[in-house]
Design a protein around this ligand. Sequence first.
Ligand code: ADP
Ligand code: ADP
Length: 235
Amino acid sequence: MHEVSKVYPNGTEALKALDLTIYPGEHVVILGHNGSGKSTLFRCLTGFENITSGFLEIDGKNPSQLKKRKERSAFRRNIGLVFQHYHLTQNLSVLQNVLFGALGRQSFRKVCAPIASLALRNEAMEALERVGMESVAGNGADELSGGQKQRVAIARMIMQRPRMIMADEPIASLDPKAGKEIMDLLVSICKENQLTFISILHQTDIALQYGERIIGLNQGEVQLDKPVPFIQRSE
Ligand code: ADP
Ligand code: ADP
């Protein structure tokens, strides 16, 4: 990002001339209070929101310049998204939710066939094993606890085979124990697959524990950008 600004139609300047470079394989935590611009930054990085001015490139592409549907879906497929509220489809089974992760590299018809291909099912079961949820593959997604739902959402993301993971408050709705388990899982999946990891968090202790580099936002500006070992407690 070079001098990236985001001004909403009502005049709110949510991002102010941000300069940021995040390198492949980095584990970055974006930290900040409510209203500091974290979600805005997240939506610009994932291509859900256009920037107002400046220069933004992700993996060699400017998301706002991807006009064709195919280009946009190829761009999005590379980014595994994790949300605070999981975004599972409630009236489908756990396995069906995970199969949805293959959309974008498999046709809708294949993913949603009454009996998905054996290869795809096996792959989805492996993803569920990776997150420790294989025993509930046949359960309804609405029968799970928050931590279990986030695990299923992560299995769905594994099916996507992304190059980077972007997480917006992935543990904000979980108790501390479940939250740490989810952070452990995300970080180890990123390490195993050499994925870039960008996570928005608001808990300083978790950020210091799991991030390798912290970017602190304040009122739309970068107030801090340091590798974790060089951060003083007072910052
Ligand atoms: P955070 O995620 O850190 O809480 P946000 O990115 O949601 O911060 O918000 C940054 C600023 O932009 C806040 O002042 C917020 O009120 C404003 N904002 C966020 N979304 C919109 C929007 N759609 N329209 C107008 N202002 C917005
Ligand atoms: P919140 O942080 O408000 O609890 P989520 O973590 O569920 O919400 O979602 C994070 C952000 O991503 C929200 O601004 C939401 O509007 C956006 N978002 C979630 N799912 C999608 C989607 N499928 N397409 C586009 N934007 C999405």
